[in-house]
Ligand binder design. Structure first.
Ligand code: NAD
Ligand code: TYD
Length: 339
């Protein structure tokens, strides 16, 4: 099997590359990545030593480059992780989100049609469903929950999902879509809540919490997301959407306090800052479909996953210190100063 993994130098894509090389040592995995600020070739250092892995630096929206790669490789399966993924950045520069998340997806769909892949899998997000109220713990996102987006990021992901389903209906392209809740784990870029809090707390720097810190996210350890996608591309039904989540709902304050406890750092580092515009209140996934239909089960709960993650950041300081001491410094200043 020859699999194209797009965005494999980012957080979830790189974890998926390692997962697949380990679980399917006979597969060939080719990664295409534009290496934006979020892509890091250092993350793939070990994978690059594996003869079954290849890396190509290119933009998924570059039709010529994408077609040439499909022509050369004859992929069986495409798994599209490549995206602009940060909500706060989408509020600053929505255009970039449309060109990668929507137009890039379209190029990959066209290439998949033209060169006849057996499966095109779109990695989507629970954010396409919008948010749930905090006082209705009985409500969850199912695959039939209406699309109702809040940010340019989620709107671009929803647009891509609709295109993917349209290519199935109109051209019979064999597609699947997964919509996962918030991930955490190794190689998570430190602009996102969990790695941001770990890296800043270790430097005894203030931790910016939006609003009152009451927003709820449903956290899944990244490897459990990878195992779900592996199942879907092998056993998932064509044309279907699968929600992925492990019922690990936490308020942002609960998450931050747990990390501080593990690091032995004081809660006085918590600093409340101006809320994110359009901030979604609560995400919560109902994973019944993938659990009952494909037999997926997450292997990690939040307690074990967050312990592992904090330890990973302690053991791999060089990886994230290179990031936080580089260009990212300017981003942090721009996004958070005067907030
Ligand atoms: P990330 O920002 O860490 O990585 C994105 C990767 O895509 C980077 O390596 C970047 O260089 C690459 N990329 C960006 N634009 C590109 C382009 N035009 N062409 C080629 N490569 C490009 O993101 P992530 O957190 O790993 O998310 C991966 C996917 O999973 C995204 O599609 C995201 O919407 C989805 N998702 C993420 C989460 C989460 O919690 N992080 C949850 C559900 C779904
Ligand atoms: P984030 O990691 O950006 O993921 P998403 O917005 O896609 O869920 O944010 C997770 C939660 O943490 C979200 O409710 C926003 C909040 N947050 C903060 O309070 N402070 C921060 O500096 C960041 C980046 C996020």
């Amino acid at each position: 099997m020859n699999i194209l993994v797009t965005g494999g130098a980012g957080f979830i894509g790189s974890n998926f590359v390692y997962y697949m090389l380990r679980e399917h040592p006979d597969y060939r995995i080719v990664c295409i990545d534009k290496l934006t600020y979020a892509g890091n070739l250092e993350t793939l250092e070990e994978a690059l030593k594996n003869p079954n892995f290849a890396f190509v630096k290119a933009d998924i929206a570059d039709r010529e480059a994408v077609y040439a790669l499909f022509e050369k490789e004859g992929f069986d399966v495409v798994v599209n992780f490549a995206a602009e993924s940060h909500v706060d950045r989408s509020i600053e520069t929505p255009e970039l989100f449309l060109s990668t998340n929507v137009m890039g997806t379209q190029v990959l769909l066209d290439a998949s049609r033209k060169y006849g892949v057996k499966r095109y899998h779109q990695v989507s997000t629970d954010e396409v469903y919008g948010d749930l109220p905090l006082d209705r713990k009985d409500l969850f996102f199912t695959e039939t929950t209406p699309i109702h987006t809040s940010s340019p990021y989620s709107a671009s992901k929803a647009a891509a999902d609709l295109l993917v389903l349209a290519y199935h209906r109109t051209y019979k392209l064999p597609v699947t879509i997964s919509r996962c809740s918030n991930n955490y784990g190794p190689y998570h870029f430190p602009e996102k809540l969990i790695p941001l809090v770990i890296s800043r707390a270790l430097a005894d720097e203030p931790l910016p919490i939006y609003g009152k810190g009451e927003n709820v996210r449903d956290w899944l350890f990244v490897e459990d997301h990878c195992s779900a996608i592996d199942l879907i591309i092998h056993k998932g039904r064509v044309g279907e959407v699968y929600n992925i989540g492990g019922h690990n709902e936490k308020t942002n304050l609960e998450v931050v306090k747990e990390i501080l406890k593990q690091l032995g750092k004081p809660e006085s580092l918590i600093t409340y800052v101006t809320d994110r515009p359009g901030h979604d209140m609560r995400y919560a996934i109902d994973p019944t479909k993938i659990v009952t239909e494909l037999g997926w089960k997450p292997a990690h709960d939040f307690e074990s996953g967050i312990k592992y993650t904090v330890q990973w950041y302690l053991d791999n300081r060089k990886w994230w210190e290179n990031i936080v001491n580089g260009e990212y410094k300017n981003y942090y200043e721009k996004m958070y100063s005067g907030r």
